[in-house]
Design a protein around this ligand. Structure first.
Ligand code: C2O
Ligand code: CU
Ligand code: CU
Length: 538
């Protein structure tokens, strides 16, 4: 007897529904309001650049190049150090800005017909019209001018498209770049900088025999599976299946490269781990058993370093470490691995070309060589976080609660799917108020495939929050024995991993009025509708 599971269903869906796939949302409603997306004469940028999303190629695997979509950038104003183009171009440009600087980005959409897009500055605190909300997308051939002042603490942020339904596919094909807010001089003097301060961007992908990217939610006809404006009724089976699981790959890329190997000197480095995968969560560990000295999270440096035996890094999250390779100078290569962990999903899944979520994978190799010395030692503390305090919260006794559930094959937030122009009563907050939000990853009793739910990396726009605490349903506590010690809940975050059966309480403040988003950053969950608006009212 064959067990019907998600993977066989996915294949079935691809076979039977491929030919009738619904093409991407023909969004006829994105005439932008006056003044939105055009350069303002009153805005004097310190940094100005053009950014274009367009088809390209990258040498990712040996042999044939891979067709991608990528960001091409050109600096028009500002220091040359503000823009670094990644050599193989799979990963978008690396922008470096300073707090207080004004940035203007002339963005143009050079993608194929039907691919509306925009740019979201993930983690940055910008006005709502500059935040890349899916209501502010442009058609191929159109331009949108982003203007914002950098208000965030120094740290590693990033940018990516945020159209409704298409985000997963666009990021998968290569549309993602880094936006780093530089440290002030005093802090920088205590940390490795320049070539000793490296982003480690981790992505997983599936390739076909011709080295071309395979996006699991795409049909054989090359059309994007998606949602009609009619919602559930118009959604095709294949898109629902891939949406439920997330797009997982079998090939891990680091900084756009397969089988990455990092050559380092015997001295301290600052490594900025960033999970830019669509759906895969990593459990990072060094093969030599060395623990991690964590110095930063999404929102920049912690107030003091913490140690973890391994690190859980969910999609969109950044974790920065301090590592002194002098201790490793043995000549033996060390690998960075992603270890096995439980995800709460039904057991006995049929093998597919991509390892399941939670399966072990190799991420990269580190080789220490040469001579180097450095007077730097791990600082005992860093600048204060400047985060709101629980005493300021207006709702500490009754947190604003969002429950994550599965209905049929669609993940929901408080029973709702994304609606472009709607905000529910419990999604309206007051600007400047300090609030406790609680995300509850609920069980789905009787559900055939995901009775325990799935891990959801929850991301909130327009704020950097702190994590107040977690609790887990008694029956799922054991499941988390292999992940709990790898969570970094100190510091500031814009994305938090909520494991099955877990409730996580967050403390936050929104300081810009307008309409922002919160959603699951499993990009297939997001694209499928696990996203809602939050209105911040003055
Ligand atoms: Cu990185 Cu709303 O996303
Ligand atoms: Cu974001
Ligand atoms: Cu999710």
């Amino acid at each position: 007897m064959t067990t019907l599971n998600r993977r066989t269903l996915l294949k079935l869906g691809a076979l039977t529904l491929g030919a009738s796939a619904v093409s991407a949302c023909a969004n006829t409603q994105h005439g932008l309001p006056p003044g939105v997306g055009v350069a303002s004469e009153r805005f004097t940028p310190d940094i100005e650049l053009s950014l274009k999303a367009l088809p390209g190629t990258a040498q990712i695997l040996p042999g044939a190049t891979t067709n991608t979509w990528s960001y091409q950038a050109q600096l028009q104003r500002g220091e040359a150090s503000a823009l670094t183009i990644h050599p193989n171009r799979f990963l978008g440009p690396h922008l470096r800005v300073k707090r207080g600087q004004k940035v203007r980005v002339r963005f143009s959409n050079g993608l194929p017909a039907g691919q509306v897009t925009n740019v979201h500055w993930h983690g940055l605190l910008v006005p709502d019209s500059m935040d890349g909300h899916p209501r502010h997308v442009i058609d191929p051939g159109q331009t949108f001018v982003y203007e914002f002042e950098v208000k965030n603490r120094p740290g590693l942020y990033w940018f990516h498209p945020h159209p409704h339904v298409l985000t997963g596919q666009q990021v998968y094909r290569g549309l993602a770049g880094l936006l780093q807010v530089e440290d002030d001089a005093a802090t920088a003097a205590t940390l490795p900088t320049g070539e000793f301060d490296l982003p480690i961007v981790i992505q997983d992908r599936l390739f076909d025999a011709a080295n071309q990217l395979l996006y699991p939610a795409q049909t054989e006809t090359g059309q994007q599976g998606g949602m009609n404006h009619g919602g559930m009724g118009g959604m095709n089976m294949q898109s629902m299946m891939a949406g439920m699981m997330g797009a997982l790959g079998d090939t891990v890329l680091v900084n756009g490269q397969k089988d990455a190997s990092l050559e380092v000197g015997p001295r301290p480095y600052r490594l900025r781990f960033f999970n830019a995968s669509n759906a895969r969560i990593y459990k990072l560990a060094w093969s030599n058993g060395e623990p991690f000295n964590v110095i930063g999270t999404d929102g920049g440096l912690l107030d003091r370093p913490v140690t973890r035996p391994y690190l859980m890094l969910a999609p969109a999250q950044r974790i920065e470490i301090w590592v002194d390779f002098k201790r490793w100078a043995s000549g033996q290569p060390v690998t960075l691995e992603s270890g096995a962990f439980e995800t709460g999903e039904a057991a006995g899944m049929m093998a597919s070309s991509a390892p399941e979520l939670g399966a072990p994978m190799r991420v990269m190799t580190v080789r220490v060589s040469g001579n180097a010395s450095s007077p730097l030692t791990l600082p005992a503390s860093f600048p204060a976080l400047d985060a709101p305090r629980i005493e300021q919260a207006t709702n500490a006794a009754a947190p604003r609660r969002f429950t994550l559930t599965l209905n049929g094959m669609q993940w929901l937030i408080n029973g709702r799917s994304f609606e472009m122009d709607k905000v529910a009563a419990d999604e309206v907050v007051t600007r400047g108020a300090t609030e406790v939000w609680e995300f509850v990853n609920a069980l789905n009793p009787g559900h055939m495939m995901e009775a325990n739910g799935m891990p959801h990396p929850i991301h909130i726009h327009g704020t950097q929050f702190t994590v107040l605490g977690r609790s887990t349903l008694p029956e799922l506590q054991k499941l988390q024995d292999g992940t709990r010690d790898g969570l970094v809940d100190t510091g500031l975050h814009d994305t938090v991993l909520v494991m099955p059966g877990e409730s996580v309480k967050l403390l936050m403040q929104f300081n810009e009025a307008g309409r922002f988003l919160f959603h699951c950053h499993n990009l297939e969950h997001e694209s499928q509708g696990m996203m809602r608006n939050v209105d911040v009212r003055a």
